[in-house]
Write a protein that binds this ligand. Structure first.
Ligand SMILES: NC(=O)c1ccc[n+]([C@@H]2O[C@H](COP(=O)([O-])OP(=O)(O)OC[C@H]3O[C@@H](n4cnc5c(N)ncnc54)[C@H](O)[C@@H]3O)[C@@H](O)[C@H]2O)c1
Length: 254
């Protein structure tokens, strides 16, 4: 039987990409959507979860942190898994996610592409080898409509880098004014916004007389939509808990 999906943020850019991929997918189907601003998109779209009439297995969420609790509560009471692909969550939101993970299967990642998952491992390995001798800066670039900054992926990459260090580095978002000399205890994170850039991430290790750059460029949003559908299929029938790309890849490669 197909995995039945509720699409939260159905009328947005990512919602549209997921919906069009699901149209040609024999193993998963979109049964309805939820969006603050419903539009005609070929499936029923509701303004809130309370209005949903369809039965489902998984929620794919590409909306915003607003309404997080409503989404998680719906998943809990209806026994659904949820792919949380929205970004920009506060530390309070993350605590809520951890609390719900005790009773809901939650797949959460700020980046659903295979390439960025590999990049996380690469930047950690580079940081382990290079240590404090190289300054680490992260530059991310996105389209001019993106609401949160820095991107969830930039923060995820910063965390991967930090895993290499016993004494964790602080994140410094952009620099402005007389900030003084750069310290070894910082990771600079810079957000560029413009045009229709899908998503570029660069982790730069700047040493004396040499620079190593590890970068990823998403050429279309379809890569994330495809990842979300893979995650929804992976999550269907899973026990409560928190899952991420590495769990999915481990299962797919078994
Ligand atoms: N994890 C990933 O790999 C990945 C990839 C791309 C985008 N994203 C994230 O997905 C989210 C959506 O991106 P987008 O480009 O589609 O944005 P978008 O603005 O085009 O679409 C968001 C849609 O969600 C709706 N929405 C917003 N808040 C809502 C709420 N509380 N309840 C119901 N609907 C709501 C909006 O009306 C809109 O239609 C962003 O947070 C973005 O950063 C994540």
């Amino acid at each position: 039987m197909s995995v039945r999906v509720i699409l939260c943020g159905a009328c947005g850019k990512m919602g549209g990409n997921v919906l069009s991929l699901l149209m040609g997918d024999g193993e998963a189907v979109a049964v309805c959507g939820v969006d603050l601003y419903p539009k005609e998109i070929g499936i029923p779209v509701y303004k809130s979860f309370a209005e949903i009439k369809e039965e489902a297995d998984v929620i794919i969420d590409f909306s915003s942190p607003i309404g997080l609790k409503e989404r998680l509560e719906y998943a809990k009471t209806h026994g659904l898994g949820i792919v949380l692909a929205s970004t920009g969550f506060s530390s309070e939101d993350l605590k809520t996610v951890d609390e719900y993970a005790k009773s809901v299967a939650i797949f959460k990642t700020a980046n659903l592409s295979l390439g960025v998952n590999l990049m996380q491992a690469l930047v950690k390995a580079a940081a382990q080898v290079l240590g404090d001798q190289f300054d680490i800066e992260i530059i991310e670039k996105h389209h001019n409509l993106k609401k949160d900054a820095p991107s969830g992926t930039a923060l995820m990459l910063a965390e991967s880098v930090n895993e290499a260090f016993e004494s964790k580095k602080d994140y410094v978002n952009g620099r402005n004014g007389i900030v003084g000399a750069r310290t070894k205890s910082e990771i600079g994170i810079h957000a560029v916004r413009g045009g229709t850039i899908v998503g570029e991430h660069e982790v730069m290790f700047a040493g004396e007389d040499e620079i190593i750059t590890i970068s990823h460029s998403a050429r279309s949003k379809r890569v994330f939509a495809a990842g979300a559908i893979r995650a929804a299929k992976f999550l269907s029938g899973k026990a409560a808990g928190k899952y991420e790309m590495q769990d999915l890849l481990a299962e797919e490669n078994n």
